[in-house]
Design a protein around this ligand. Structure first.
Ligand code: IPT
Length: 977
């Protein structure tokens, strides 16, 4: 029996134009003083039953008592796809999980019926209204109270509210929410993420007064020239039956600790339509000017509190609502996005609501953990890709300090060029954007509205843009599709005020900035795709961004992997990607492309991100003996950070001190004299400058490292003659070479990274037009199977030194057919007892030739890396190394010195082949032996899995490679290990 037909329109879930029935207008979520006695959370365990289609849900599933058969308990908020209901998550990127065209739905369309009772106190209904709040339901939902239809809502990422006063009675009431997994709306929710299902945000019921504050809009602006704040508080009052005379609103502004700053007189709430021509709603508007406010910025997130009291005709306060606000202004001027009159760097990431066990149901703690970790890695901007996130995220961004692009839940990726002009989808387009703006209008952290993601560019975009511009003239707009389809220079001005391309090559953004034609700031909405071992050329991007007019940064793709915890038959768990739940069609591990793992462990590239996004940069000065110190903050002087310097000779610290460059202002730079003399003897000399916070911040304790730089004062390249550091007893060559469980052999292959090519999804590149082609080329050449010495010409000579060391001179000739190969070097294996590493090179973390700017040269010690990526691939390299010691617990060590140019190396428990054949981290078996690769050249990483491939300067051409390495066996001092 088709109970959903009660709705009145047949099959609303299949109708793109039916976006809501009986839904209340969107409102700003406010704090109501003493409001808790009027609100009951419905979060917790609900009865739940799953059906194959909405059509197969019988009336009795909504009206009859819940029985043991067929019913189970699930947690709300939660996705039923994460809770053993038999229905699983499904991952696709561009393609829909079922066949179109829109609004065609799949034959099997899981539909969940959620049931629970709600207790309504007598006081709640007496002259009051009862409202049900559904925080988020994927994809559409219908509400029934005591068996009667109450309302229907769409948009998985925004709340829906229903006035259920007339359906409830005092005491126990039966609530049923039917959630349909796929709907006509799914075609505009085709984001690159897991398709989930269910009630994934909070649900509550509350009682609202017969006459009450319906909405509290606060526009807090800043006059940059005077430092004054201007506030406009618009309080909308709802009268349940008919408007009454004599109601008023008193509004006030106070500091967070309650000090009054300004207050209104009683403002009469217009009650009558007597003059319909001038009646603008039951609204009380208060405007105030406040001299010398503390402005809000991500660097200094100052907030104030607005208090609005509703006063009845007898003069009694019946309701008090509060809102936190921040005074700031945003504008686009002179090719720059300005906050409070200053350009800001967009040190950004894209963020999804995601949790490895809860799916889309994120908690406040989850969100806080995300934001604190972002700030701790110098990330100060996020884009809520690709939908309005849980509303508490924005409260946290206001509090902690984070610039936000708030994005509407619109992505019609699979039907990119048609739905944006399809009249059936016009209303949903407008409502998705408008309702987001209505919800989030008060947040100072939101600096741009985004019209959605990857939905072509059409009439519906300009319609939505027009609505937003009129409703909120204070914020510029962002929409990538407008410039993708109509051009960067002057395309799509109705829908975007910023040029916000995704994955552009560095040369393209540089050309946009340098030619001076484009008048809008360029902020990449997505760049540097963090899939697997990636994010090559981050510092190349930022060299161009910081030196080219009109460029302001961008949002890395993306904050974290969307791995989902999966229990295997043996009881162990792993983080799963698309397809591992039997979900087809799927886009496999394209869902694992975060800088953090799904459970919030930073991947190695995060170190480079932190460096690239540092608030202060130090480089060699314009004159010898000086440093250039550049403050990259917009509102803070440098003396807010503490700084130290360390002088290093041959990688070892020899002198240290406090670095005091003075109070360099925001966006200013200064020439500062070197804090120490350069030692006279030979050898490499480097100066490292480190900056840390002076005070506790919400995201880190005082002393947290926020920036570092290293300036080379003398290169001191190793030569054939010089030994790098003292080593004690050396042993004869035979004993040295006996050490190898596999002797050194030429090696030109690496386990392909996701950027080299999609080993698990070879068809993806053709399907969505992204992906690297190197892997195909390398496989065709047989590089993954043919021994290197059959692919390239090689010659090795061996000479024995007086000290017992053995020097190998290598000559490798790479034929033209193998140009742009993974690496040129050697590989050998040592017994497993060799686990302690000590080296003079870049570190301490994994780094690659195009991702090593933040990795300092020093003498580092460390252990053997574990593979950090969900799909096994090349990992663990350290570049620019002068010498490396690999020791056992007793200090017995193999030492390798660069003779001439430094080398790159890795030491892991996996061969490239082990890594290449494994499809998931859980399949990777650690060898006992230590597998050591020493390369004279190693291809960069690039970001070709979605974006530009490795720059030419980090590729390996055909031709002759010559290098030499000196091997010795030494006893390393225990203290050095
Ligand atoms: C593009 C999307 O905007 C984003 O959601 C994500 O898919 C990202 O890039 C890649 O992971 S999609 C791409 C085909 C351009």
């Amino acid at each position: 029996m088709l109970v959903l037909a009660d709705i009145g329109s047949s099959r609303p879930w299949a109708d793109p134009a039916t976006i809501a029935i009986n839904r209340m207008p969107m409102r700003v979520p406010t704090e109501v003083v003493g409001g808790s006695r009027w609100r009951r959370s419905l979060d917790g365990r609900w009865d739940f039953r799953l059906f194959d289609t909405p059509e197969s849900v019988p009336q009795t599933a909504i009206t009859s008592a819940v029985s043991a058969r067929g019913w189970q308990r699930v947690v709300v908020p939660g996705n039923w796809t994460m809770q053993d209901t038999g229905d699983v998550p499904h991952y696709t990127n561009v393609q829909m999980p079922f066949h179109g065209p829109p609004p065609t739905l799949p034959g099997r369309n899981p539909t969940g019926v959620y049931r629970r009772s709600i207790t309504v106190p007598a006081a709640w209904t007496r002259s009051r209204r009862v409202v049900l709040h559904i925080g988020g339901a994927e994809s559409v939902h219908a509400v029934y109270v005591n068996g009667h239809f109450a309302g229907y809502g769409t948009d998985s990422r925004l709340a829906s509210e229903y006035d259920i006063t007339d359906l409830v009675r005092t005491g126990s009431n039966d609530l049923a929410v039917v959630v349909v997994r796929y709907s006509a709306q799914s075609y505009v929710e085709d984001q690159d993420q897991w398709w989930m299902a269910g009630l994934h945000r909070e649900v509550f019921v509350e009682s609202r007064a017969r006459v009450g504050i319906e909405n509290l809009r606060c526009d807090a602006d800043l006059d940059v020239s005077t430092g004054a704040g201007s506030l406009r508080v618009t309080t909308t009052v709802a009268f349940r039956e008919h408007a009454e005379k004599g109601w008023s609103v008193r509004a006030a502004l106070e500091t967070l600790d309650g000090t009054a700053l300004a207050a209104s007189d009683a403002i009469t709430v217009p009650s009558t339509f007597a003059k319909p021509y001038v009646f603008a709603g039951h609204r009380a508007v208060w405007t105030a000017e406040i001299a010398a406010v503390s402005a809000w910025s991500a660097e200094h997130p100052h907030r104030y509190r607005v208090v609005a009291e509703l006063v009845d005709p007898s003069g009694s306060v019946t309701e008090t609502h509060t809102q936190l606000v921040g005074f700031r202004c945003v504008e686009v001027r002179d090719r720059q996005l300005l906050v409070n009159g200053q350009p800001i760097w967009i040190f950004g990431v894209n963020r999804h609501d995601h949790h490895p066990r809860r799916g889309k149901a994120v908690t406040t703690d989850d969100m806080r953990a995300d934001l604190l970790a972002m700030r701790a890695h110098n990330i100060t901007a996020l884009r809520t890709s690709h939908y309005p996130n849980d509303p508490r995220l924005l409260d946290l961004c206001d509090e902690i300090g984070m610039y936000v692009i708030d994005e509407a839940n619109i992505e019609s990726h699979a039907y990119n060029t048609s739905l944006c002009d399809d009249e059936r989808y016009r209303t949903t387009w407008l409502e998705r954007g408008a309702r987001m703006v209505q919800r989030d209008i008060n947040h100072p952290s939101v600096i741009l509205w985004s019209l959605g993601n990857e939905s072509g560019y059409g009439t519906s975009h300009d319609a939505l843009a027009g609505w937003i511009r009129r409703y909120d003239p204070s914020r510029p707009l962002h929409y990538e599709g407008a410039v993708l389809h109509d051009g960067w220079v002057d395309g799509g001005p109705l829908s975007t005020d910023v040029v916000c391309p995704m994955y552009p090559p560095i040369a393209a953004i540089e050309a946009y900035g340098c030619d001076g034609v484009g008048q809008r700031p360029l902020i990449m909405c997505e760049y540097s795709h963090a899939m697997g071992n990636s994010n090559g050329s981050l510092s190349d991007y930022w060299d161009v961004i910081t030196s080219t007019p009109g460029l302001q940064g961008g949002f890395l793709w993306e904050w974290k992997d969307h791995g989902l915890e999966q229990t295997l038959p043996d009881g162990s768990t792993r983080l799963a990607y698309g397809g591992l739940f039997g979900d087809t069609p799927n886009d496999c591990n394209f869902v694992a492309d975060g800088l953090m793992s799904a459970d919030l462990e930073p991947h190695p590239a995060m170190r480079e991100v932190t460096w690239v996004y540092r608030p202060v940069a130090v480089t060699a000065g314009k004159r010898t003996g000086f440093l250039t110190v550049s403050n990259r903050q917009s509102f803070s002087r440098l003396d807010g950070l503490a700084s130290t310097w360390v002088l290093q000779v041959e990688g070892e610290p020899v002198e240290t001190g406090i670095f005091e460059p003075g109070a360099i202002g925001p966006h200013a730079s200064a020439q500062v004299a070197l804090p120490c003399a350069v030692p006279g003897d030979g050898g490499a000399v480097h100066l490292s400058i480190r900056w840390s916070t002076r005070h506790d911040a919400p995201w880190a304790r005082a002393g947290h490292l926020v920036a570092w730089d290293q300036v080379e004062l003398r290169s001191g390249r190793p030569s054939r003659a010089r030994r790098a550091t003292p080593s004690n007893d050396t042993v004869p060559p035979a004993a040295l070479e006996a050490l190898f469980t596999q002797p050194p052999a030429i090696n030109v292959w690496r386990a392909a990274t996701d950027n080299d090519g999609f080993k698990l999804i070879p068809d993806l590149a053709a399907r969505i037009g992204v992906g690297g082609s190197a892997l195909t080329r390398w496989s065709e050449a047989g590089m993954d199977s043919i021994p290197a010495d059959e692919l390239v010409g090689c010659e090795v000579t061996r000479s024995i030194g007086d000290d017992g060391s053995v020097t190998y001179d290598y000559t490798v000739d790479v034929p033209d057919s193998l140009a742009d190969l993974p690496r040129v070097g050697i590989m050998f294996q040592l017994p497993g007892r060799f686990r302690a590493l000590r080296w003079f090179g870049r570190g301490p973390h994994e780094n690659y030739p195009d991702r090593n700017s933040g990795a300092q040269l020093a003498v580092w010690v460390g252990g053997v890396d574990r593979s950090p990526y969900l799909v096994p691939q090349e990992f663990g390299l350290r570049t620019d190394t002068r010498w490396l010691e690999i020791a056992d617990a007793k200090g017995d060590a193999l030492r390798i010195d660069a003779v001439g140019a430094p080398f790159h190396w890795s030491a892991t428990h996996h061969t490239p082949r082990d890594l290449f054949v494994a499809e998931h981290d859980s399949e990777l078996v650690r060898r006992r032996e230590l597998v050591v690769c020493i390369d004279t050249a190693h291809r960069g990483l690039g970001t070709a899995s979605c974006g530009p491939d490795v720059l030419a300067k980090y590729r390996l051409p055909a031709g002759r490679y010559r290098w030499a390495l000196r091997f010795s066996r030494t006893q390393t001092a225990k203290s050095a290990m």
